[in-house]
Design a protein around this ligand. Structure first.
Ligand code: GLY
Length: 436
């Protein structure tokens, strides 16, 4: 089974590891920088840009690839799946049209609205034509969120109270967004606890992986700038301490309805991962956004619990027989902590060497934004190395993850509080404060 894996982060490192559990799997990895973990699991690697669709097709043809697994959103947004379909290679990942689920915030909001799927906050999309109406819409909202209608690497979303205060500032930001994007989405600000529900789908069947909570802020106690995610946890009962089963069922129900709506809208089946960013609010479950791929770090939490062979799941997704597979997960807790360069995310040091001393024997280590040069590892400016602890409960998993990060020597930091009792209690109390 020859598999083309696209991507070079920790998410793709864990995907590679999971695919390789199948003894027949041979990995051919296309990366934009050399991830030593992925390279060591691959039969062959090819370095290049994710927008170089010809190079990707050439690499796939040369190696007679059976199917591709596309890890990050960037190649999806360039239409890599469409290009691979042209040469007869199916992919785990949506075509460019369907990847709009992530690449266009207005597409997703309008889809939910058109098909009467619950989960939307109050929202409207604006462009140059209806720009004058924005200020009136602001008056309908208690708090404002502004989202550029396109990929912004998590940096474009601005929230009132965090990034701006007044309606004038909000209007200025909308103007700025419309200089580089065709549209801007303005939404009601939601208060609640966020969680990630990553689902596998062949367009008909939708299967949820255990819910995970990510931590976006750079510093302990949820302070500092937003990042790609400093770490995440999942629980042994496949819920989260502030979520009930009914909440997960609701979020899964929304995702199933969205998969159905995509088919009705486009006549095509969405194949890949539908990762819903949900929030539990006083008005119930709301959708923040969808991503058309696994989350990073969330992929490390769920793929480490997967008991069913991932390569077989992919095969079933490709032939649209996901309904015939029983996808099972270990009843264990996981905690993931990222080690990141000093200054991350606003002003990270780059090209800085790190040393990896003895790794905790129970922890799993995944390479992310690093580059191997000879025998040395250099950080490239974003999240560098992830550590995952697995345990019978969160305490055990957190201890393993926390003890393991110190094997990285260099100018780095991590969040000590992820997965700890104190932070979890804060989350639970937050939910209690609005559900009482
Ligand atoms: N953990 C956030 C993301 O993958 O987008």
């Amino acid at each position: 089974m020859k598999i083309l894996l696209m991507g070079n982060g920790a998410r793709e490192h864990v995907i590679a590891e999971s695919l390789k559990k199948n003894k027949d799997a041979l990995l051919y990895s296309f990366m934009k920088s050399r991830n030593p973990g992925i390279a060591s699991l691959s039969k062959e690697i090819c370095m290049g840009s994710y927008s170089d669709l010809d190079a990707i097709k050439k690499f796939a043809r040369k190696n007679e690839i059976d199917f591709a697994f596309v890890g990050p959103e960037e190649p999806l947004s360039f239409g890599v799946v469409d290009s691979l379909i042209e040469i007869g290679v199916p992919s785990i990942g949506p075509t460019r049209l369907m990847a709009r689920l992530e690449t266009s915030k207005s597409f997703t909001r309008e889809l939910l609205k058109k098909y009467k799927i619950e989960g939307n906050p109050k929202f409207r999309a604006f462009n140059q034509e209806n720009f004058n109406e924005i200020k009136y819409f602001f008056n309908e909202l208690e708090g404002i969120v502004i989202k550029p209608d396109g990929l912004t690497s998590g940096k474009g979303v601005k929230v009132q109270g965090d990034h701006f205060d007044t309606k004038d500032e909000a209007l200025d930001y909308c103007k700025e967004v419309l200089e580089t994007h065709k549209a801007v989405v303005v939404e009601e600000k939601l208060d609640g606890e966020e969680f990630s529900l990553q689902c596998l789908t062949d367009g008909k069947t939708v299967i949820a992986t255990p819910p995970v909570q990510d931590h976006k802020r750079a510093y302990e106690n949820d302070e500092g700038s937003n990042t790609g995610g400093m770490g995440s946890y999942s629980c042994e009962n496949h819920l989260l301490p502030f979520l009930k089963k009914g909440h997960i069922d609701k979020a899964l129900g929304i995702t199933q309805k969205v998969a159905d709506a995509i088919y009705r809208e486009t006549g095509l089946y969405y194949k890949g991962v539908m990762y819903g960013g949900f929030i539990l609010t006083k008005k119930g479950i709301k959708l923040l956004e969808y991503n058309a791929r696994f989350g990073d770090p969330e992929a490390m939490n769920v793929l480490n619990l997967l008991k069913t062979d991932l390569a077989s799941i992919c095969y079933a997704m490709n032939v649209q027989k996901l309904s015939t597979i029983k996808v099972e997960f270990e009843k264990k807790a996981t905690v993931c902590k990222y080690v990141v360069p000093e200054g991350y995310p606003d002003n990270p040091i780059k090209n800085e060497k790190i040393e990896i001393t003895k790794v905790h024997k129970k922890a799993k280590m995944y390479y992310a934004s690093v580059e191997q040069r000879g025998n040395e590892i250099y950080m490239t400016g974003s999240r560098a190395i992830a550590f995952l602890g697995i345990g019978n409960n969160l305490d055990e998993a957190e201890n393993i993850a926390e003890d393991s990060v110190y094997c990285i020597k260099g100018r780095v930091f991590h969040r000590k509080d992820i997965g700890t009792k104190a932070l979890i209690e804060k989350r639970v109390n937050h939910v209690k404060s609005f559900s009482a």
